[in-house]
Structure formats: C-alpha cells, structure tokens
Design a protein around this ligand. Structure first.
Ligand SMILES: Nc1ncnc2c1ncn2[C@@H]1O[C@H](COP(=O)(O)OP(=O)(O)OP(=O)(O)O)[C@@H](O)[C@H]1O
Ligand SMILES: [Mg+2]
Length: 233
C-alpha cells in the first residue's frame, strides 16, 4: 500500500509515583500509513494522551522507539525535537489554548511568526486557513469573543497553518456539545482528505472513531486494533 509514515516499536511507558512504578503500557508496536486517519480509543486513564505525547515528541518513552519515516525521534535533541514538531506536526487539544486578547487571524498566524515568517505572508496564510474552517467573517474578532466551536475551528486552522504532515488531536471535540462536536469532526475529516494529512485522533466518541480508517484501542497496557465497523455508532 502506501508508505509507513509513523512507526511505534516496543514502546513502554512507566510513571514513577512515590515508591511504586505505574507501567502504563509495554511492547506497544504499530504503524501508521501516510494518509491514514487513525483513531485512538480506550478508557479514561488507559494512556491515550501519554501515547500521543510520545508520538508527538512532547514526552519520551521509557523504552522503545518512534520512527517518522526513517527518522528515530528518540535521537533528536530537545531543540531538534521542537523544530521537528513545528515543521511536521500540527496539534489540536481538547481546550483551544488561543490567546484571548489576540484576534483569530493573529492567533492562527502565530506559529508562522514564531518560526520567523514575514507578518504579511503569515496573515495571508492565516486568512486562507480561517476560510478553510469557515471563519473568514470572524478573522478580526478577538478569539476570546468567539464561541467554543469557533475557537476550536480557529485552533484547527492554527494547527494546519504550518502545513504539517501529521495532525495530532487529543479529544478535539471533548469540550463541545454534540452538534458542534459533529461539525468540528466533519471539518477535521474534510481537511484530512483535502490536504492529504495523516491524522491521529484520540477520542471517546465511538461514532467518530467508527468513521476513521483504523481504530487502535488501548487497554490494559496493550494496543488492540479493532475494526471501525465493529464500533457502535
Ligand atoms: N506525568 C505523570 N506522572 C505520573 N502519572 C501520570 C503522568 N501523566 C499521566 N499519568 C497517569 O497515567 C495514566 C494515563 O494518563 P493519560 O492522560 O495518558 O490517560 P488518557 O487515556 O488520556 O485518559 P483520559 O481519557 O481521561 O484523557 C493515568 O493514570 C495518569 O494519572
Ligand atoms: Mg487524555
């Protein structure tokens, strides 16, 4: 089929809490093909966010490796990891983390400015992405004035403005009502297709997971692949 873009090999994560060790998962191995939309599901506390942080080089594994194409991410210095994240990855979290006093366009342009981009070009790109998420008419509103769904759409625009290869989302609809959640998920799915992204989406919403190409379930320290169709909508 296509190329393997991301490969997790024998990942283990242990958190030390007091005198005891919490082994969150062990021997976790899986691959993500370029272009796939992958859901990661599992009970609260199963380690989904921790796994996403490791895949996104925001945290390190206790053992094992993550490869992006041929690149071993565990080998990157902190500086190179930051550079890698800003070049190849876009993140969306449950909470939008926009800066409320800045306008939508300023928020979306920020990742480009932070990597030294020219303001005019950065704002042009930001406007393009605000259009993609249907927020053209909100571009000059302060993000604190936007609704929850609009803020999450702006956060999605901010994640994609740098043209990442991989979109990583942790409960991107977790803080939204059902209708707004549907809207934001549909938008993620559309942009995933239109921009040929590879997307990793942690979600509690099995209806959304069902619509992904593949579903990985974290349970009892293991990862199990389940068929999307087997999930109840
Ligand atoms: N920095 C840390 N130090 C110690 N324990 C941690 C740390 N981060 C997470 N944990 C523990 O690891 C477990 C998994 O946490 P994680 O946030 O990955 O779960 P999750 O599957 O994302 O859960 P949820 O669905 O509630 O978001 C939890 O029991 C949590 O308390
Ligand atoms: Mg979590």
């Amino acid at each position: 089929m296509q190329d393997v873009l991301l490969r997790a090999q024998n990942l283990k994560k242990v958190f030390r809490s007091g005198d005891s060790d919490l082994v969150l998962f062990e021997n976790l191995s899986f691959q993500v093909q370029a272009g796939e939309m992958l859901a990661i599901v599992g009970e609260s506390g199963a380690g989904k966010s921790t796994l996403l942080h490791i895949l996104g080089v925001l945290d390190s594994a206790s053992e094992g490796n993550v490869y992006f194409a041929q690149l071993d991410l565990g080998e990157l210095s902190e500086e190179d990891a930051a550079e890698f994240r800003s070049r190849e990855l876009g993140f969306v979290w449950q909470f939008h983390y926009l800066l409320p006093e800045f306008t939508a366009v300023e928020n979306v342009a920020m990742p480009l400015l932070m990597r030294g981009g020219n303001r005019r070009e950065a704002e042009q790109q930001a406007l393009h992405w605000l259009q993609e998420v249907g927020l053209t008419d909100r571009a000059s509103h302060r993000s604190g004035e936007l609704s929850g769904g609009e803020q999450q759409r702006a956060a999605l625009a901010r994640a994609l403005v740098t043209r990442p290869k991989i979109l990583m989302a942790d409960e991107p609809t977790g803080d939204l009502d059902n209708r707004t959640a549907d809207m934001v998920f549909n938008l993620i799915a559309k942009l995933h297709r239109d921009y040929r992204l590879t997307s990793l989406i942690v979600t509690h919403n099995l209806g959304f997971a069902r619509r992904c190409d593949r579903v990985l379930r974290l349970e009892r320290g293991r990862v199990v692949e389940v068929s999307p169709q087997s999930l109840l909508a």
